[in-house]
Design a protein around this ligand. Structure first.
Ligand SMILES: Nc1ncnc2c1ncn2[C@@H]1O[C@H](COP(=O)(O)OP(=O)(O)O)[C@@H](O)[C@H]1O
Ligand SMILES: [Mg+2]
Length: 511
């Protein structure tokens, strides 16, 4: 028997209403969540029973809101990396799934903040005010999405900008023994971005809290926090937190890059990062390889640094520049982690304790440093002065070593040595004093033209300071054109030399 269509409609309406009610009721009910039981908890890791459907790198929660991240998914056990200090957690306690891959807050609200790698504030600025989050791991932009590196990233350090220039979107390693000024160069680079519309992220990994506090104080003192984010996983943090720190910092930077902004990220340092990963891997019984590092140690650093690039204009043209720091032992740059990173990055700035002890600061060894892509991005005016400066400087360093043995030198050698020493003196620079491109070019023009030959070191420093004081006032158009990336004309060069001569002759008025 066929019922009336109107009756059918009524049945349908009733059914729909019932479905609607059920779905409303289930939404109000607490969701079902999976939990596991802690089998073992030790320094930095835990092993958990249960959790059959948990995903790799999923965030899990222990009692007391303590966080962990799943790492090893074995059939009978899940290896969890602890992100918090879980000394209170006992075996037998519960571990809850969050159904979330580890992510971090991203956005403008992060600027000026000091946070840990999962986005919890470490300063007294209250909760972080952002609405978006991004996973800490994401695939790197494809080759087709990348543009060549063409815009300079001025570090403000003469020896770097003139001889080992860095471009926006480049990955330049800073490597050297402890206490050679690695962090110093990176922090100066952040200070130099003031007013240049570059967002800076300083990511501390495994550093002593006193060093981190000093960097934060320096950034505050020079008013660099307004455009910076500091991500801290100090030496007292769990190895898990240290391991995720650089990925988290990269995701925070990527957010700005995708909006077409320029971002600089400093990792201080990746040696500690590698050690944290080694510790976790050994604890989780992954097979060790060379120097006890796990086999995928190259991969974890390459997948991090591959995310750094300059995007195509169609994608906003933003850039993500990396200055990873690596600490060497006894100047051994051919150790495992340093060679890995040298091969992943687009060049390295190498600092040595020998130069540091001689007072040649920044202690950059020009011969062993290289920038594989930054040269194309260097402001044109540098090329006029620094064209063969690199070659000249390396030759001078070699000559200096040999001339130590012989006392009788011909006139030309003597002159080269004098010029080389003058250039070296002109390249010296104290910390916290980044210089604009125009001032750097003016000083280098004077040094390479021989104006500083045979001057006492003190007088070179004074003359350089005077050039800095007077350049903007006396030759504003030249300063502007250098900063804008224009070539240095012969007339400009003459004018800069005149200014330098005046600066050398200038005597501080006695009080
Ligand atoms: N250009 C410089 N001029 C003078 N002192 C410097 C310079 N660069 C670094 N220093 C000093 O050298 C010491 C070590 O520097 P730091 O950057 O902490 O080294 P690293 O990070 O390599 O361990 C610090 O006391 C710092 O103040
Ligand atoms: Mg350091």
């Amino acid at each position: 028997m066929i019922e009336e269509p109107s009756a059918l409609q009524g049945v349908l309406d009733d059914t729909l209403e019932a479905v609607d009610r059920v779905s409303r009721e289930t939404a109000a009910r607490p969701e079902l969540r999976e939990y596991g039981i802690v089998n073992f908890v030790g320094q930095g890791i835990a092993r958990v029973r249960g959790l059959p459907d948990v995903k790799s790198e999923e965030l899990v929660r222990f009692a007391g809101d303590l966080l962990g991240m799943t790492f090893n998914l074995d059939p009978d056990e899940v290896g969890v990396v602890l992100l918090d200090d879980c000394t209170g957690v006992e075996s037998g306690s519960e571990v809850w799934r969050t159904n979330r891959i580890l992510d971090v807050p991203v956005g403008e609200g992060m600027l000026g903040r000091v946070i840990d790698p999962v986005g919890r504030p470490l300063d007294d600025g209250g909760p972080v005010s952002t609405h978006s989050r991004a996973p800490i791991e994401c695939s790197a932009p494809s080759v087709m999405d990348r543009a060549p590196v063409t815009v300079p990233l001025q570090t403000g350090t003469k020896v770097v900008d003139a001889l080992i220039p860095v471009g926006r979107g480049q990955r330049e390693l800073i490597l050297g023994d402890r206490q050679t000024g690695k962090s110093g160069i990176a922090v100066d680079c952040i200070l130099n971005q003031k007013g240049k519309n570059v967002i800076c992220i300083y990511c501390a990994i495994g550093q002593r809290s006193s060093s981190v506090a000093k960097v934060i104080a320096d950034l505050r003192r020079f008013e660099a926090m307004s455009y910076s984010i500091v991500v801290v996983a100090g030496g007292d943090a769990t190895p898990g937190l240290q391991f995720v720190a650089p990925y988290a910092a990269t995701s925070m930077g990527e957010y700005f890059m995708r909006q077409g902004r320029d971002v600089l990220v400093v990792f201080d340092d990746l040696t500690c990062h590698a050690r944290a990963y080694r510790e976790l891997s050994l604890l989780l019984r992954r097979p060790p390889g060379r120097e006890s590092f796990p086999g995928d140690i190259f991969y974890i650093h390459s997948r991090l640094l591959e995310r750094y690039t300059h995007l195509r204009p169609e994608l906003g043209g933003g850039s993500l520049t990396a200055l990873p720091i690596v600490e060497t032992e006894e100047q051994n740059i051919s150790a495992y982690i340093p060679t890995n990173l040298i091969s992943i990055t687009d060049g390295q700035i190498y600092l040595t304790p020998d130069l540091f002890q001689k007072g040649i600061l920044p202690a950059v060894d020009v011969g062993k440093s290289v920038s594989r892509v930054g040269g194309k991005a260097q402001p044109a005016a540098y090329r006029a002065v620094a064209g063969d400066l690199r070659l000249f400087y390396s030759q001078f360093e070699e000559l200096e070593v040999f001339s130590r043995f012989g006392s009788r030198l011909d006139e030309r050698t003597r002159q080269t040595l004098a010029r080389g020493r003058a250039v070296r003196e002109a390249l010296k620079q104290p910390q916290f004093d980044p210089l604009p491109a125009a001032v750097q070019v003016a000083i280098l023009v004077a040094a390479t033209a021989g104006l500083f030959d045979n001057l006492a070191p003190r007088r070179v420093a004074d003359a350089s300071a005077r050039i800095r004081e007077t350049l903007r006032e006396e030759l504003p158009h030249i300063a502007d054109s250098i900063e804008a990336g224009a070539q240095l004309s012969d007339l400009d060069r003459e004018a800069l030399l005149k200014l330098a001569e005046k600066a050398i002759a200038w005597k501080q008025p006695s009080p």
